[in-house]
Design a protein around this ligand. Structure first.
Ligand SMILES: [Zn+2]
Ligand SMILES: [Zn+2]
Length: 135
């Protein structure tokens, strides 16, 4: 799979059976819809995914294409505070996060911190399992 933002090839990272697609070039992250739900369940965020995201048309950011179906994704606010703006596939494939957005979403709970450590480890190639590189 290639990055929707910078076109670099993306790596698959495994985190407790969740597959996270990560662009090591620009730091973007793709989460398939099912994987996102598991991740939110594991973190301190109690609310269900569907009620968390609020689609919006009032943003100027460039719209990216879904890496799965290549249709243009919608922008959606992740939280009521409107601090994290994500891209969402209209066909329900998942969500696209720019660098740092996943960390903002997950907050400072235990899961959030572990994922931050894991993502930081990718650049040093320690502490994470990189498919296609280590297998
Ligand atoms: Zn990228
Ligand atoms: Zn899609």
């Amino acid at each position: 799979m290639f990055c929707s933002s910078c076109k670099a090839p993306m790596l698959v990272i495994e985190y407790e059976r969740i597959e996270i697609d990560h662009c090591i070039s620009c730091g973007a992250i793709w989460l398939d819809s099912g994987e996102l739900e598991i991740l939110l369940e594991k973190s301190d965020i109690a609310t269900k995914t569907q009620s968390v995201f609020e689609r919006t048309e009032h943003v100027k950011e460039k719209r990216l294409r879904c890496p799965r179906c290549l249709t243009k994704m919608d922008k959606a606010w992740f939280n009521p505070e409107k601090s994290v703006l994500v891209d969402m596939c209209n066909n329900g494939h998942g969500i696209w996060l720019d660098r740092g957005e996943l960390e903002s979403m997950l907050g400072s709970g235990e899961t959030g911190n572990r994922i931050k450590t894991m993502l930081a480890g990718i650049f040093s190639k320690k502490g994470s399992k990189l498919k296609g590189e280590l297998e």
